[in-house]
Design a protein around this ligand. Structure first.
Ligand code: HEC
Length: 105
C-alpha cells in the first residue's frame, strides 16, 4: 500500500497499521486459488492445460485429476517428474487445482 509509505492522514494511518499486521495470518489461512496454483502446470502441459507439451490436463473431471495427482504424489504412477511436482502440494491445494482445471473447456 503505497499510501502507507508516504505520510497518511491519521484516520488512514490506523488502517495502515492494521493492514501491516494482517498479511502473515490472513494469507496463510486463506484457501489457495486453483487458478493461481494451476498456472504452475502450464509450462509442461501447455497454456491453460492444453498442448503443445505433455498430456492435456484441462477439462478432465476434478475427481480423475485429483486421483491422478495423488497417485503421482505417492509414486504409484509416473516416471518421477510429476511425483516431484505433486509432492509440493497439500491435499486441499491439489483439490483446488483439480476443480479449477475441470472447469476449463
Ligand atoms: C516439469 C513438467 C511438469 C509439470 C510442471 C507438471 N507436469 Fe503433469 N505431467 C508431466 C509429465 C512428463 C507427465 C507424463 C509422464 C508421467 O506419467 O509421469 C505428466 C502427466 C500428468 C497427468 C496425467 C495425464 C494423463 O492423461 O495421464 C496429470 C493429470 C498431470 N500431469 C497434472 C499436472 C498438474 C495438475 C500440474 C500442476 C500442478 C502438472 N501436471 C505439472 C510433467 C509435468
Amino acid at each position: 500500500m503505497s499510501i502507507c509509505r508516504t505520510s497518511p492522514p491519521t484516520a488512514l494511518a490506523a488502517l495502515c497499521v492494521a493492514a501491516a499486521m494482517l498479511p502473515a495470518t490472513a494469507l496463510a489461512a486463506k484457501p489457495p486459488a486453483g487458478r493461481l496454483l494451476a498456472s504452475n502446470c502450464y509450462q509442461c502441459h501447455g497454456t491453460n492445460g492444453r498442448g503443445p507439451g505433455f498430456d492435456d490436463i484441462a477439462g478432465k473431471s476434478a475427481r480423475e485429476l485429483y486421483k491422478d495427482l495423488k497417485e503421482f504424489q505417492s509414486g504409484e504412477e509416473g516416471d518421477g517428474l510429476m511425483a516431484a511436482h505433486a509432492r509440493g502440494y497439500t491435499d486441499a491445494q491439489l483439490m483446488a487445482i483439480a476443480r479449477y482445471l475441470a472447469r476449463q473447456r
